[in-house]
Ligand binder design. Structure first.
Ligand SMILES: Cc1cc2nc3c(=O)[nH]c(=O)nc-3n(C[C@H](O)[C@H](O)[C@H](O)COP(=O)(O)OP(=O)(O)OC[C@H]3O[C@@H](n4cnc5c(N)ncnc54)[C@H](O)[C@@H]3O)c2cc1C
Length: 464
């Protein structure tokens, strides 16, 4: 995303290099949800058509909880809109992360002959200020061949185990909760009535999140299930070690014990009395066990001894279905500031780089708010609270509603800085009053709301 934006801003292959250790785009798994705000951005870049046409559109979120009627076991209590704030796209689009990567890469090749240099690993990086113009020194390796590169700036978009972050001595802050979840993408055969809605199911046997997904080449529709893993299950589906997951120990140990059979058995139990099974013997597209954790880098930018921002870390590592969107929006925030800076059209004040600094101010504050929300939502969903109880269940739905500004990407608000000025002398005479910023009252630091206008020339309704 960042390379694409910088290439669109005019940086050529002569000055821009993007490397990736992976040989190709993601084949399966990981992120699958595009938020309305990310859609607005992809639309403005002219690359949203495939997603608009082929993604699954999640318009509604259904909540299920244990029923007082023992024969029913679980019951649906409400269906709410997936996207609450006004947005041009009033749904969340679900489509595989690999397709997003491919859409970005295809567009990148219109601007860059090289595209992403694959099979190339960053081994090490450091600041070496003997060269004041190109003070970042990076060692890379492609097919066993090592190379030293000098650069003015380096952006570490290298994921949760970032080499850049490690070389800069930055650790991730934040607790890592030991909730283990199993995740499966499959073509499902079921009589559960809400399988094409996003669902949060709290059943006596544990929690499940249902994410309806796009149609695949076989003509079938994928479904993603996030399944809470409370105990261990053997190949036959019998629970063998219920206590293991209650004892705090390393997440890696616990994750290693999760099996596909165990996840499927757990899902079968939690869906009861409805039945679920893979539609065909080869209907499982991908599965994994992962740990819910919320961590953030304490700094997004490291300065050189002159105070100039040099390596930039972008990954705040918030999970809970936000990571891909947050990462892309980090890039969107950073790209224009970096391009201005590289082209010398943003001010240096006292030899500092205040425009670039706003990247850290804006994206870090957003990451912290998001992580607080995610921690609360994850804890509730993972059953730390008695979700069957009516008051906590209500709180869970309210947490979803208030957090929707962030989960949709539409409620993000940046603090004051050189680019966000709230107190202007014009405020007193401004025609804009009110505080309902989410619903359209203009507020510096928030996105402009989408507005639909009818074009006078031909009556065509256009989104602005
Ligand atoms: C099971 C699961 C489900 C998820 N679901 C969602 C979801 O629904 N919605 C959502 O928004 N997010 C989701 N996420 C999170 C999302 O996948 C990540 O947040 C997102 O991929 C982060 O993007 P990134 O580009 O920052 O990092 P990554 O996708 O991790 O990419 C990092 C890249 O850096 C490369 N790299 C790493 N180290 C080096 C090195 N030393 N040298 C060269 N290259 C290197 C890697 O090869 C990789 O291509 C999910 C993640 C998982 C695991």
């Amino acid at each position: 995303m960042l390379e694409l934006l910088l290439a669109r801003y005019g940086l050529t292959d002569a000055s821009l290099l993007c490397i990736d250790a992976k040989p190709h785009i993601l084949k399966s798994g990981q992120a699958d949800g595009i938020q309305p705000r990310t859609m607005e951005v992809l639309k403005s870049l002219g690359i949203s058509d495939e997603i608009e046409n082929e993604a699954c559109q999640m318009w509604e979120f259904a909540f299920w909880k244990p029923s007082d009627d023992k024969a029913k076991v679980i019951e649906r209590t409400s269906v709410v809109p997936e996207v609450i704030p006004p947005a041009r796209f009033k749904y969340e689009a679900t489509i595989h992360q690999g397709r997003i990567e491919r859409i970005l890469e295809t567009d990148l090749l219109r601007y860059s002959g090289r595209g992403v240099l694959r099979n190339t690993k960053l081994l090490h990086m450091q600041l070496d200020e003997n060269d004041t113009e190109f003070p970042v020194l990076a060692e890379t390796e492609t097919d066993g061949v090592k190379r030293l590169i000098r650069t003015k700036y380096l952006v570490g978009a290298d994921g949760a185990h970032s080499v850049v972050r490690r070389c800069m001595g930055l650790t991730l802050d934040g607790e890592s909760l030991d909730h283990i979840w199993g995740v499966i993408d499959l073509v499902i055969d079921t009589d559960f009535p809400d399988i094409r809605r996003r669902c949060a199911i709290h059943s006596p046997a544990g929690s499940i999140m249902v994410i309806p997904r796009e149609r695949i080449v076989t003509g079938d529709y994928l479904t993603r299930l996030y399944v809470q893993v409370p105990g261990l299950v053997d190949q036959k589906g019998d629970l063998i070690d219920e206590e293991a997951f209650k004892v705090p120990r390393s997440g890696r140990d616990l994750r290693a014990k999760v099996t596909l059979e165990g996840i499927l058995q757990q899902a079968t139990n939690a869906f009861r009395p409805y039945s679920i099974r893979p539609k065909h013997h080869d209907s499982i597209d991908w599965w994994a066990a992962y740990q819910i954790g919320q961590r953030v880098s304490p700094k997004f930018i490291v300065k050189d001894s002159q105070g100039i921002d040099r390596p930039v870390i972008h990954i705040p590592s918030p999970k809970g279905g936000q990571g891909m969107n947050v990462s892309m929006m980090d890039s969107y925030n950073l790209a224009w500031k970096l391009a201005y800076h590289i082209n010398g059209i943003s001010p240096m004040i006292d030899n500092l780089t205040p425009l670039l600094d706003t990247y850290q101010v804006e994206r870090q504050s957003n990451a912290h708010i998001l992580i607080d929300f995610d921690r609360k939502f994850s804890a509730m969903f993972s059953g730390e609270m008695d979700i069957g109880a009516e008051h906590t269940y209500k709180e869970f739905r309210e947490t979803f509603s208030t957090g929707n500004g962030f989960t949709s990407g539409c409620g993000v608000e940046y603090p004051e800085s050189m680019v966000v000025v709230r107190d202007s002398p014009d405020n007193a005479t401004s025609p804009v009053h009110g505080t309902n910023y989410l619903l359209g009252v203009l507020r510096p630091g928030r996105r402009l709301l989408n507005v639909m206008l009818e074009r006078h020339a031909d009556g065509w309704r256009r989104d602005i």
